[in-house]
Write a protein that binds this ligand. Structure first.
Ligand SMILES: *Cc1c(COP(=O)(O)O)cnc(C)c1O
Length: 395
């Protein structure tokens, strides 16, 4: 055992030298507007790195729902859903999520990570293949690994190559999964083409729309609403509740049979404590706000256009994204970190995303916009990015 610590220290030093060591910051305070955070040490920064796209995480209705529920139901669920942890708030939230996604049923999970492990391990087995987009979220990859199926990845957003891989392996591919909106790139999956690939095959098409639900589509129905696709085209939909909905948790939505099967078989559902009911209560408040306050989505769309126009005019290298995820590609980890530092000293919190979260050579600043931001903040960020990118280019 004593031999292990120096080996870990050497590995950490190696990460440090490659500019790949990650560090946490402690947020001491988040303003009631949701727009700024204060890091320990006292600096207040405009937050352009959260996934709180609709500006709901600090909304008083969520906090009120949470504390009211905690007052009568308590903090913890006390057991897993199949023992005695499944409460009335969970049941109501599942019904509302099913209605929102227009599916027969929905099943709550504690995290999106666990929901993706559940879906893939339950639906794919050892002698089968799982086909994923190369830029899929880590939880889909880990689900495929845990399932014991052979993991096959197609080039990013390349539905023609996915079709070719499917045709080359008739009958053995159990599942094709993709992010709806790609978490580090902000682009949309080519869903109509993927649906065409899957049609007529004995295959589950799974869409993880962690960054699309609540944001994309007039009603926030995500990429499926955007493309006009229903549950017959995409039978398995995974959503998260800690991003646009400002709360915590995740769900899988689909047919009654799918949900009943997951309840029986998904180990990340069966062998874990039910998420706290106050969290479910807060999520219900968020779902209601998302429905009644569609101005949040409209505002977000207009801020995205404004940011893109301003950043483009200033020579900022933007990716092809129409969502609130607006990556600024810088290449090396060192360049991305330098830009992060420069923006922080100017008052903006934008985090550098480095390998292995993104492929080598594609380190970036992942700018995310929120309906809570002001126009002036968006304009000022674009200007600051223009300066930082010029400096990186000249370095
Ligand atoms: C964030 C994310 C997840 C994980 O969701 P959590 O609830 O944070 O565990 C899954 N898939 C995608 C695409 C994500 O971006």
């Amino acid at each position: 055992m004593r031999r292990q610590a120096p080996a870990l220290e050497a590995a950490l030093a190696q990460l440090e030298a490659a500019q790949l060591r990650r560090a946490r910051v402690t947020v001491d305070h988040r303003a009631a507007t949701g727009r700024t955070l204060t890091l320990s040490g006292g600096r207040e920064l405009v937050d352009f790195s959260s996934n709180d796209y609709l500006g709901l995480a600090r909304h008083p209705a969520l906090a009120a729902a949470m504390s009211e529920c905690a007052a009568h139901a308590g903090a913890g669920s006390g057991a897993s859903h199949l023992i005695s942890g499944h409460g009335a708030e969970h049941a109501k939230l599942e019904e509302e999520l099913a209605a929102f996604t227009r599916r027969e049923r929905a099943l709550l999970f504690s995290t999106g990570y666990m929901a993706n492990l559940a879906v893939i391990t339950a639906l794919a087995g050892r002698s089968e293949r799982v086909l994923l987009d190369r830029l899929c979220h880590a939880s889909l990859i880990d689900g495929a690994r845990l399932s014991g199926a052979t993991l096959v990845r197609y080039p990013h957003a390349d539905a023609a190559e996915a079709a070719r891989l499917l045709a080359a392996d008739p009958g053995h591919t159990a599942l094709l999964a993709t992010d709806g909106v790609f978490s580090m790139d902000g682009d949309l999956a080519p869903l109509p083409e993927l649906v065409r690939c899957a049609r007529g095959r004995d295959l589950w098409l799974v869409v993880d729309d962690a960054h699309g639900l609540g944001v994309v589509g007039a009603e926030g129905g995500g990429v499926l609403e955007h493309f006009g696709l229903g549950s017959d085209a995409v039978p398995v939909l995974v959503g998260t509740l800690g991003k646009a909905f400002g709360s915590f948790g995740a769900f899988v939505a689909g047919s009654a049979a799918l949900i009943e099967f997951l309840i029986q078989k998904a180990r990340t559902y069966v062998y874990t404590t039910a998420l706290p009911q106050p969290v479910a209560a807060a999520t219900r408040a968020a779902l209601a706000l998302s429905r009644t306050e569609s101005w949040r989505r409209e505002r977000l769309r207009s801020l995205v256009s404004r940011f893109r126009a301003a950043a483009h005019a200033l020579g900022v290298p933007l990716a092809d994204s129409t969502t609130p995820i607006q990556p600024v590609l810088l290449g090396s980890a060192a360049a991305a970190l330098a830009a992060q530092r420069e923006l922080a000293s100017a008052g903006y919190w934008v985090v550098a995303i480095r390998p292995p979260t993104v492929p080598a050579g594609s380190a970036r600043l992942r700018v995310t916009l929120s309906a809570a931001h002001t126009e002036a903040e968006i304009d000022a960020l674009a200007e600051q990015l223009g300066r930082a990118c010029a400096r990186v280019r000249n370095a």
